[in-house]
Design a protein around this ligand. Structure first.
Ligand code: C5P
Length: 300
């Protein structure tokens, strides 16, 4: 019988994103507090019949959402290739299906989360041949946000974002999200940021303390994103979106990661629905909450 393994990929928001110096390797030194969100993609690996594909390889990737690469440049495809390539077993040929709930090129680590879920699913096909530590190493090679989307929860990320330490966080935070029609490419936003005259914000002491209270009113004024100025400069209309969300009752509004998704922290789930309803007059929105889990198998 053909085997099918389904994994859940959770998106993220950066509660704090401090961008330090540009390093020699082209990456920026970051100090970030990540929170995973219930907002999710679903990643399914299906064994292909031996006569349609090469054993140990991805045969094809299907995704109904426009703008998602369906070849081996997709991080989920690469994730499966790497795990199967390192295996001492003889992995089957597989096809990948992505069902997207996380916006593409939206600053919510959708592609990274898909890769993390693909790592978990590919490992399951291999009867969990690899330990979490090995998967985390592969994740860091795939992209800076992939390790966090693998572990989830709330975490402090340093280095290029791949060095993670769990952060104590109490309670559940409720978010309204406003998506943008056009995405932003992360490297372009970093390049824009390097042109700006700015002081990096690398201290997360106050935010870490506030997260332990579980009180969104204490957390809200401490949300911060150094990349926001660059994202706003590339998509100036985001300022209107931020103002609209605040006028609708959000406690705080920030650009998520490299943008252009705007994330609004709200007092509770009802307030988040109200803020999203107001924002939906001018674009696509979602309500979600965090912290959620990292990538995991469906039903586990
Ligand atoms: O690690 P990832 O491949 O997701 O990064 C995409 C791009 O984002 C990098 O090529 C780099 O231009 C930029 N980046 C950065 N500093 C980081 C993470 C990413 O400049 N810490």
């Amino acid at each position: 019988m053909m085997r099918e393994v389904t994994a859940i990929a959770h998106g993220k928001v950066n509660l704090h994103l401090g961008v330090g110096a540009l390093r020699d390797d082209g990456y920026h030194e970051l100090v970030s507090i990540f929170q995973s969100l219930e907002l999710r993609d679903v990643v399914t690996l299906t064994e292909a019949s031996p006569n349609t594909g090469v054993a140990g390889r991805v045969v094809e990737l299907e995704c109904a959402t426009a703008g998602v690469p369906t070849d081996n440049t997709n991080l989920a495809w690469r994730a499966v290739d790497i795990v199967f390539g390192r295996s001492t077993q003889q992995p089957p040929a597989v096809r990948i299906t992505l069902a997207k709930g996380i916006p593409t090129a939206g600053g919510m680590a959708g592609g990274s989360a898909d890769a993390a879920a693909a790592l978990i699913a590919a490992n399951k096909i291999l009867d969990n041949e690899f330990e979490l530590g090995e998967l985390l190493d592969i994740a860091a090679d795939l992209g800076s946000d992939v390790p966090f989307t693998l572990v989830g929860g709330t975490a402090l990320g340093t280095g290029r974002g791949e060095h993670l330490v769990p952060t104590l966080s109490k309670g559940t935070y409720h978010w309204a999200l406003a998506f943008s029609r056009t995405g932003l490419a992360t490297p372009a936003v970093f390049r824009k940021l390097d042109e700006l005259d700015r002081t990096p914000h690398l201290d997360v002491t106050a935010l870490s303390r506030a997260l332990r209270t579980g009180n969104p009113h204490q957390v809200a004024p401490l949300l911060h994103n150094d990349m926001q100025a660059a994202a706003l400069s590339l998509q100036p209309q985001l300022r209107t979106t931020l103002n609209t969300g605040m006028a609708a009752g959000a406690l705080a509004g920030i650009v998520s990661g490299s943008g252009p998704t705007c994330a609004f922290l709200c007092e509770d789930a009802r307030a988040a629905r109200e803020v999203a309803a107001e924002l939906s007059l001018s674009g696509n929105t979602a309500v979600t909450s965090g912290p959620a889990r990292g990538a995991h198998l469906k039903g586990e």
